[in-house]
Design a protein around this ligand. Structure first.
Ligand code: AR6
Length: 173
């Protein structure tokens, strides 16, 4: 039953019509490259104006803004860990990002969320290690969040997409 709520697609997260898209931001919340740059570009300058009022965001935490020119009503900004070899709490911090996003989703009564592959671009977290953490943590959070009905992992490249598909298939076994 739960598997039906959770899927992966190969695409651009800025184009999704969901209640909230998640941004893989940095501590400043003032924009950057990767998916962060794409989201700010598509949402328009008002997003940066609202972000300036948030006083940044700690790693592993999340803060919510409106979506402005995006189809998504909200952007939930979270800050993933920078990969430093895996022995520096990266896995716990990455899981915390997904938990923090769900906390925001409960607060704002969001029912559909699209996630990018947090930390696996500029922050260097190996996607083979990140995808199982993402999928497992989202499954756990779905159990305790009846208001969220749909989660989509939006993978920008085919390789990331294949890795997420494999992690999702692991749920059946
Ligand atoms: N839609 C979906 N996924 C995307 C998109 C898009 N439009 N664009 C890129 N990705 P990254 P990080 C993928 O680097 O590793 C920023 O400068 C990308 O291919 O965006 O958490 C922030 O300000 C990769 O699979 O985020 C921070 O400084 C995934 O999104 C830093 O980068 C995450 O890559 C955060 O680094």
């Amino acid at each position: 039953m739960k598997e039906k709520l959770i899927s992966a697609i190969n695409g651009d997260i800025t184009e999704l019509s969901v209640d909230a898209i998640v941004n893989a931001a940095n501590n400043s919340l003032l924009g950057g490259g990767g998916v962060d740059g794409a989201i700010h570009g598509a949402a328009g300058p008002e997003l940066l104006e609202e972000c300036k009022s948030l006083n940044g965001c700690a790693t592993g935490k999340a803060k919510t803004t409106k979506g402005y020119a995006l189809s998504a009503g909200y952007v939930i900004h979270t800050v993933g860990p920078v990969w430093r070899g895996g022995g520096n709490g990266e896995e716990e911090t990455l899981a915390e990002c997904y938990k923090s996003v769900f906390e925001e989703a409960r607060k704002h009564k969001i029912s559909s969320i699209a996630f990018p592959s947090i930390s696996t671009g500029i922050y260097g977290y190996p996607v083979e290690r990140a995808a199982p953490v993402a999928v497992r943590t989202v499954m756990e959070e779905l159990e305790r969040t009846p208001t969220v009905e749909k989660v989509i992992f939006v993978c920008f490249d085919k390789r990331t997409y294949d890795v997420y598909l494999e992690a999702l298939e692991g749920l059946d076994g």
